[in-house]
Design a protein. Structure first.
Length: 240
């Protein structure tokens, strides 16, 4: 269900340059019976129009038309830091996906994604969250845990027991719905806990939260670091 309770259509920029691709991407925005999503209006624009149209706060970027994806995403985020990007690119390229998210994209979809999945991703981004393959989140966690933390130790934030539980499930790449189910609480309550975690860690979103948890002080506070190391080694042993 969409978290957007506004019947006014939301304008979403679409950055592509091929008529057939435009037709396919336009299908994402078609309202279908039984789907409770925020009403959207696609706006097909070129790069400069996108940058200067301050009414556009969301944009779908077709990497088929812009193969230098990371540079394109960085350029948009640099000139329009208020804009939230949904990127559509190739399937299974974890390095590219990770690069896009770290460059500022809020969602990454592969080109084989259905219109329904794409619409879900856009709705999640509009709601203020991030949409990315679960394997990417696990990859990012493993990368952060294996990297040497050269940053100074910052004061340890105080987390409640429930916030620690929510943080651990986030680090295990669980969605808000999955966290709510496992903890036996409402999804809105999970969203409130996530919001407090973001504020306490100084993160802007879940990816930022994952990156900030590379700070040993936070991981030790949440009692997660050692468990994640054990899981990491167990996974490597299983794959050998």
């Amino acid at each position: 269900m969409s978290s957007i309770c506004n019947n006014e259509p939301i304008r979403v920029g679409v950055l592509t340059n091929e008529p057939l691709r435009m037709e396919g991407l336009a299908d994402i925005f078609v309202d279908r019976k039984g789907e409770d999503y925020a009403p959207l209006t696609p706006i097909f624009v070129d790069f400069e129009e996108l940058i200067f149209d301050l009414t556009l706060l969301y944009v779908v970027v077709d990497l088929h038309a812009y193969p230098n994806g990371v540079e394109t995403v960085q350029a948009i985020c640099r000139r329009r830091p208020d804009m939230r990007l949904i990127v559509i690119g190739t399937e299974g390229d974890d390095k590219q996906i990770l690069g896009m998210i770290l460059a500022g994209a809020r969602a990454y979809l592969d080109q084989s994604a259905s219109s329904r999945i794409a619409r879900q991703a856009i709705d999640v981004v509009i709601s203020g969250s991030i949409w990315a393959p679960r394997r990417l989140l696990s990859l990012l966690i493993d990368k952060l845990l294996s990297a040497r933390d050269a940053s100074p130790i910052t004061p340890r934030p105080h987390l409640t027991d429930r916030e620690r539980q929510v943080l651990e499930l986030i680090l295990n790449a669980c969605s808000n719905r999955e966290i709510a189910s496992q903890l036996g609480i409402e999804e809105s309550t999970v969203q409130a806990h996530v919001g407090r975690l973001l504020r306490k860690t100084g993160a802007d979103n879940r990816i930022g939260l994952l990156m900030n948890t590379s700070n040993p002080a936070l991981l030790e506070t949440a009692e997660i670091r050692e468990r994640r190391r054990v899981e990491h080694h167990q996974k490597n042993d299983h794959n050998q």
